[in-house]
Ligand binder design. Structure first.
Ligand code: FES
Length: 171
């Protein structure tokens, strides 16, 4: 009689262990699936980038109303600054100093771009205020459509001076 009870207890214990093993296996598979899903979602382009045509060099920087007149907004991803001047015009400026390629920084107090490497300075339109920079900051065409500010990052242009034709205005 004792043997039968011991056998039935051992069988139940064995069954419980097998159940726990299976449960752990299932939990492990679920955890791995979540991990894979998380990394795949990181690799997917953002909703904003999805709206750009595949292979397009036109980047959506933001909504027009996010850029207040009289402001300079950095976009580190695309290595540029967006100037919206007091008249509402847009200009996208490269943050690469035309002297030796350091990144210029916008100084909100002085309202100018400063290069930390050799002290060149540029006004809010990218025009040289102090050398050794040999020319203004390069600029990119700005496209305003569907309420968005877009920049074609493949069209970086050099210039000798600022001209109003470099600005883009909402129609
Ligand atoms: S790299 Fe900017 S001043 Fe030299």
């Amino acid at each position: 009689m004792k043997n039968t009870t011991e056998n039935s207890g051992a069988t139940r214990e064995k069954g419980r262990r097998e159940f726990l093993k299976k449960a752990w296996k299932i939990l492990g598979v679920v955890a791995v699936a979540e991990f894979v899903f998380f990394f795949v979602s990181l690799l997917k382009p953002s909703k904003e980038l999805k709206k750009s045509k595949p292979g397009s060099t036109v980047r959506i920087i933001g909504n027009i109303e996010e850029f207040l007149p009289g402001t300079v907004t950095p976009d580190r991803i695309n290595k540029l600054y967006i100037l919206r001047d007091s008249e509402g015009g847009f200009l996208a400026l490269s943050l690469i100093c035309p002297h030796l390629g350091c990144s210029v920084l916008w100084d909100e107090t002085k309202k100018q771009f400063d290069c930390p490497c050799h002290s060149s300075a540029f006004d809010s339109y990218g025009v040289v205020l102090s050398s050794p920079a040999p020319r203004p900051l390069d600029y990119f065409p700005v496209i305003l459509e569907e309420g968005k500010v877009k920049v074609d990052v493949s069209q970086k242009a050099k210039r000798r001076k600022f001209e109003t034709s470099q600005m883009t205005y909402a129609i």
